[in-house]
Design a protein around this ligand. Structure first.
Ligand SMILES: [Zn+2]
Length: 195
């Protein structure tokens, strides 16, 4: 069973196969959430040297209608090629979800170049991995352009592994909207990295 699973994983990595799931899910994302995420990613990307960044997205799930109206920038340990959430900040994120009655929907992180696939670390070292979780990879540290979901890798955790969603699925199922949003920056801006 495990060998079969590993073969499947290797196959997906080698071919960078993208999937168009046969479902009826629709994602509506607040424009403010996208803008906030863009700002956070570019702050990481404009450090010297640039760092990978991380943001959580949350919102409401009504059957197949998923509304993302909230973004939370956790405190991290970031480098040019990695980003890790501080455990205290994960605790704060759970409190934030509970306080605002939100569902955790997506993890967003950035990569250095155009490649927006999932590394092995991206597959396994995922905070709060659960069915339906989205993992969105932003190219060029989020510094090259405004955050466009079509240019990002959107991966979803279904049936115990991550698959990258096709451009067709992204175009048809993801829509940005103007709605009231909750944005929270939980980074410790007193550390030298941000000064
Ligand atoms: Zn990654």
């Amino acid at each position: 069973m495990q060998a079969e699973w590993l073969n499947r994983l290797s196959f997906d990595k080698l071919t960078a196969r993208k999937v168009t799931p046969f479902d009826t899910k629709r994602y509506f994302i607040s424009e403010d959430v996208i803008e906030f995420t863009n700002i956070i990613m570019s702050e990481y990307g404009n450090l010297t040297p640039p760092n990978e960044g991380f943001v959580y997205w949350a919102g409401k799930i009504n059957n197949d209608k998923i509304i993302i109206n909230s973004a939370f920038a956790p405190d991290t340990i970031s480098t040019i090629g990695s980003v890790e959430i501080k455990s205290r900040s994960n605790f704060d994120f759970v409190l934030y979800l509970s306080k605002h009655k939100l569902n955790h929907i997506a993890n967003i992180h950035s990569h250095s170049g155009s490649w927006v696939g999932h590394s092995t670390g991206d597959d396994f070292m995922v905070p709060f991995k659960k069915p339906g979780l989205l993992s969105i990879v932003v190219p060029y540290y989020g510094t090259k352009e405004k955050l466009l979901l079509l240019h990002c890798g959107i991966h979803r955790f279904d049936n115990d592994f991550f698959s990258q969603l096709s451009n067709k699925y992204k175009r048809n199922r993801f829509k940005s909207i103007q709605i009231e949003s909750f944005l929270f920056d939980s980074r410790d801006k007193n550390i030298s990295k941000w000064k």
